[in-house]
Design a protein around this ligand. Structure first.
Ligand SMILES: *Cc1c(COP(=O)(O)O)cnc(C)c1O
Length: 435
């Protein structure tokens, strides 16, 4: 190891040259960046040899741990034939196979896959496709969208326009299209499924003629603070949007790939498929940037014509990147060969037991679980709670990154029961210590 391979050296160089995401860079005057040298399984290791349990799956992307031998091998093998080729006018085996396999796993009827590289772009694609499909069908006035209170759909200008997180959104409000927001069912705030569905129905009763689509995060709203809601709402939203002639976009960028206990959260709705299913994050097991929008024959047919401009001319340079698709195929192999969804049912139970010291802690409110996701609020949290908790957690070898006073665990599925028990005890200790 070179002398300069220390945390201190890398964090100084990073602060000077890298503008970090979702960060007021000045906080790094006092809160050190953590330079990661390597990772293995659920553990990250910094340049000074400290290790951290990656209990937030590196921003919700990692499913099977870091340096998984099968995903590593799949990416290496793909390198021997093709890293990338443009997907306009060309195609390749990993993109074709991935599209077929995603369609087979998704709710029935979503047989057309359009690729991008990140979640926000997937949502932008769904929004644009929805609008354009209606336009091609002679309804150009359907150009507004509805999202739920507390929604998060990404941070590009289009995705932010359907996002309801004030801290991310308010500054840019002058740049954003005006879209409507309807209530999310949330027992904590006394909003029932019936009340939320009635509000959607009433809104669309007035505005269906100008509304292209409703966009939702099925079952769990992540970035605004892990609101978990009843799957019955999804069934009602599907019925209401269909009745009013409005598309439904299911943003499963976080909830997809087993997080909520089923492969896709939508399965729990017991309803007809959404018109669009947006996937990213876990799709490559946290290896490579990739996102995908699956849609229906009906939407696809709205674009299929002799006229070029009726086509969906959206593109990204790295659309359907072959290395990323190969990683995604390895992820789907793991789900199949290791029976991940079945085994996660046991893990969800043992993890919950392991987190009992948190659930029972006197400062913990609304301890909740949806599949492999756990969240709770911390009572009497000071304004800088999230940052202080984050720092305390790092000192306890844990990567946990609260959203305000909401703390959550969204760990890779390979975290063991002992590791989760260690996390439960250490977090309870932090809650004892922290003001
Ligand atoms: C993370 C996330 C996005 C945005 O994905 P990026 O890859 O960060 O652009 C969109 N929707 C949901 C529900 C997400 O959790």
């Amino acid at each position: 190891m070179a002398d300069s391979d220390t945390n201190a050296a890398w964090l100084a160089r990073s602060r000077a040259a890298v503008w970090h995401p979702c960060t007021q860079m000045k906080v790094h005057e006092t809160l050190p960046l953590v330079p990661i040298a390597h990772a293995q399984g659920a553990w990250l290791v910094d340049f000074d040899g400290h290790r951290y349990l990656d209990a937030v799956s590196s921003w919700w992307v990692n499913l099977f741990g870091h340096r998984h031998p099968r995903i590593d091998a799949a990416v290496r093998a793909q390198l021997d034939s093709l890293a990338h080729v443009m997907l306009a006018g060309f195609t390749h085996r990993p993109a074709v196979e991935l599209s077929e396999r995603l369609a087979a796993l998704a709710p029935p009827g979503l047989g057309h896959a359009f690729y991008a590289s990140d979640g926000a772009s997937a949502n932008e694609i769904a929004l644009k496709m929805s609008f354009h499909a209606w336009r091609n069908r002679g309804h150009p006035d359907k150009r507004h969208f509805v999202s739920l209170a507390g929604s998060y759909h990404g941070e590009t200008v289009g995705a932010l326009a359907v996002t309801d997180v004030a801290l991310f959104r308010d500054v840019y409000a002058p740049l954003l299209n005006v879209n409507a927001r309807v209530p999310v069912p949330d027992a904590r705030r006394g909003v029932s499924v019936e009340a939320a569905a009635a509000a959607l129905d009433a809104y669309l009763g007035q505005h269906a003629a100008t509304t292209a689509a409703l966009i939702v995060e099925p079952l769990v709203q992540g970035a605004s603070g892990m609101t978990m809601y009843d799957p019955r709402y999804l069934a009602q939203a599907r019925e209401i949007t269909a009745r009013h002639g409005v598309h439904l976009i299911a943003d499963e960028i976080m909830t997809g790939f087993g997080r909520t206990g089923t492969m896709f959260a939508w399965e729990q709705a017991n309803a007809a498929a959404p018109d669009f299913l947006c996937l990213s994050k876990g799709i490559t097991g946290g290896y490579l940037p990739l996102s995908c929008v699956l849609t229906t024959d009906d939407v696809y047919a709205a674009f299929y014509a002799d006229d070029t401009a009726r086509g969906f001319l959206h593109s990204h340079s790295y659309t359907g990147n072959a290395l990323a698709c190969a990683a995604a195929l390895a992820v789907l192999d793991l789900f199949r060969d290791e029976q991940t969804i079945v085994r996660n049912r046991e893990r969800a139970t043992t993890w919950r037991q392991a987190l009992a010291p948190i659930a029972a802690h006197p400062r913990v409110r609304d301890f909740r679980q949806c599949g492999m996701i756990f969240a709770w609020e911390v009572a009497a949290a000071p304004p800088d709670f999230a940052r202080r908790f984050f720092a305390e957690a790092l000192a306890a070898e844990l990567l946990l990154r609260p959203i305000g006073d909401t703390v959550y665990v969204m760990a890779p599925y390979i975290v063991t029961c002992d590791e989760m028990a260690m996390l439960g005890e250490r977090v309870a200790g932090i809650l004892d210590r922290l003001p």
